[in-house]
Design a protein around this ligand. Structure first.
Ligand code: CMP
Length: 138
């Protein structure tokens, strides 16, 4: 088990002014921020990040949305990071998310769902390395 996961606060969360509230929940849940930046994806870089979904019908919509505004990318550290972070954020579709989860509180739809969380240790490494160089991880 790795102790690392990767997250993005998505354009809907950034536009709604929810960066601070979401980071406070992440800190309160015991995650340590190893790396963080605010940036903006292009259609091309969003497409690369979500390449695993390229055959899905929502791929175009996903890339449009993820390049529609600023995002906050971060690498988080905690014991059992991947699973614990997915518990903290709740189900992909906020309609199915548990009370008190980040998506239940801040997401509005399955597409505009406030946060991304890695689904495996392997993808956490790949996704973190997509955004951060060795000099940017602490
Ligand atoms: P995320 O955890 O970032 O990983 C892939 C994303 O695809 C997911 O969150 C959702 O935001 C998005 N997604 C999944 N299903 C749909 C859908 N049916 N329509 C639009 N976006 C979707």
């Amino acid at each position: 088990m790795s102790n690392i996961t990767f997250t993005m606060l998505k354009p809907d969360a950034v536009k709604a002014g929810n960066i601070g509230a979401i980071l406070a929940m992440i800190n309160a849940a015991g995650f340590r921020i190893k790396a963080m930046k605010m940036t903006k994806l292009s259609m091309e870089t969003a497409g690369q990040f979500y390449e695993v979904h390229k055959e899905r019908p929502f791929y175009g919509e996903l890339c449009e949305f993820m390049s529609s505004g600023h995002i906050v990318a971060a690498i988080l550290e905690k014991e059992n990071a991947v699973a614990d972070f997915r518990t903290l954020i709740g189900a992909t579709n906020p309609a199915n998310a548990e009370e008190g989860t980040i998506r239940k509180l801040y997401a509005t739809s399955v597409g505009e769902n406030a946060v991304h969380g890695s689904d495996s240790d392997e993808n956490a490494m790949i996704e973190g390395n997509f955004f951060f160089s060795g000099m940017e991880k602490f």
